[in-house]
Design a protein around this ligand. Structure first.
Ligand SMILES: Nc1ncnc2c1ncn2[C@@H]1O[C@H](COP(=O)(O)OP(=O)(O)O)[C@@H](O)[C@H]1O
Ligand SMILES: N[C@@H](CCC(=O)OP(=O)(O)O)C(=O)O
Length: 378
């Protein structure tokens, strides 16, 4: 890419996931690095004030928990790691809350597992929660829910989680802050001849050969998980920057278009990536029929499908399943993720949103299928 195109890509990024690794957050295990966390929080608050939507994925719970428990070596038993994570997460959340508040930002703790994001219903719930937090200018601070998983904890890799979150909220950019300036042609700790990679194509197989394992005893994933995270993030159209977390004003400079790290460029545009994903990966569980007015709104006005325009529901589906949207003649006009299960959808047909609560006992989203989760079929 030309330097102008790089700068535009970075400057135009509106929704950004920032991931920081354990080695940075805990200063290689010496305890939470208050100054560094304060710096990222200051920059993220400024970005938010500029209208960017920022989500933080922060590791460091195990390392901080070990310190609080007085453990000098990382245990190999999974329950001990889970216990350390539970202890350390308290400190992590407290530190982010304090630093964000000092910068005028609200914060929220969100603990997720990979399995949560593979489950359609939980995926939608997590997505709605995060987007609602962003709408309220609250900065979500995410970590793995280490208490209930054990695969991830063994590998200790939050790079993948960062990419999954970027997919989940359809971020424009994933910024992975680490203890190196970015990607080198080989691990710079081991190979002094390694040269810096400024830019590459996310998903380029040549990158995987360059990346080695973790450099410190605290970090776990190393560069390979970052390269694979960039590939995964590119699946939903997000480009990735790998940069040094202690670079002054790193986040602000990146968002002004100054690429001081390694930029791994997504090859597919966001919208196109999402459509491809929905068309390829999902099986339909049912359908709703809509009247001519709703069909027109969905097909030509780019609107979401509201229950008031629905005349019938077929099949047995859950929240988060993919359903077809059919016109009065039965032809599929679109498909997308259902916000309500089939039994609820049957109650909501033809009903305005202020009646949902009395019909269901609760209200989720006003739409049956949100525009962002919908693809047209004609
Ligand atoms: N090609 C490479 N370029 C840069 N760093 C590399 C490379 N291969 C391996 N590494 C190592 O990856 C480490 C960063 O990963 P890791 O320790 O897991 O950090 P984090 O906690 O930030 O995820 C670096 O310190 C470095 O030693
Ligand atoms: N979720 C755990 C482990 C995550 C982890 O080590 O990830 P990373 O430092 O990004 O390779 C924690 O907070 O300690």
């Amino acid at each position: 890419m030309t330097s102008v195109a790089v700068s535009t890509l970075l400057r135009d990024a509106r929704r950004i996931v920032v991931k920081v690794g354990s080695s940075l957050v805990t200063n290689e295990g010496r305890g939470l690095d208050e100054a560094a966390i304060g710096e990222w929080c200051r920059q993220m608050a400024l970005l938010s004030a500029q209208g960017k939507e920022v989500v933080m994925v922060s590791s460091g719970a195990i390392a901080e928990g070990m310190k609080r428990l007085g453990w000098t070596t990382r245990p190999s038993e999974v329950p001990a790691l889970q216990a350390a994570a539970a202890v350390g997460q308290m400190g992590l959340a407290q530190m982010y809350e304090t630093k964000l508040r000092e910068n005028g930002m609200g914060s929220a703790q969100v603990l997720l597992t990979h399995a949560d994001l593979a489950d359609r219903e939980r995926y939608l719930n997590a997505r709605s929660t995060l987007l609602t937090l962003l709408q309220h200018r609250v900065l979500p601070v995410i970590n793995e829910n280490d208490t209930v998983v054990n695969d991830e904890i063994k590998f200790g890799d939050n790079d993948t989680l960062g990419a999954l979150v970027a997919n989940l909220i359809e971020a424009d950019l994933l910024v992975i802050l680490t203890d190196q300036k970015g990607l080198y042609t080989a691990d710079p700790r081991k190979d002094p001849a390694a040269t810096f990679v400024h830019e590459a194509r996310a998903g380029d197989p040549a990158l995987e050969a360059m990346a080695g394992g973790a450099g410190s005893s605290i970090g776990k994933g190393g560069m390979i998980t970052k390269i694979l995270a960039a590939k995964r993030a590119a699946g939903s159209g997000a480009s990735t920057v790998i940069a040094w977390g202690r670079e002054p004003d790193a986040l602000l400079r990146l968002c002004q278009g100054d690429n001081m790290g390694t930029l791994l460029v997504a090859q597919t545009a966001k919208q196109q990536a999402r459509k491809q994903w929905m068309a390829d990966h999902l099986q339909m569980r049912g359908s709703v029929t809509v009247d001519a007015g709703a069909a027109h709104k969905v097909l030509t006005e780019g609107k979401s499908l509201l229950p008031i325009g629905m005349t019938g529901v077929a099949g047995d589906f859950s929240r988060g399943d993919v359903i077809a949207i059919r016109d009065e003649q039965g032809a599929e006009i679109a498909r997308g993720l259902a916000n309500y299960a089939s039994a609820e959808a049957r109650l909501l047909c033809r009903k305005p949103s202020h009646e949902y609560e009395s019909l269901l006992g609760y209200t989720a989203e006003p739409e049956m299928v949100h525009r962002d989760n919908l693809i047209l079929r004609r």
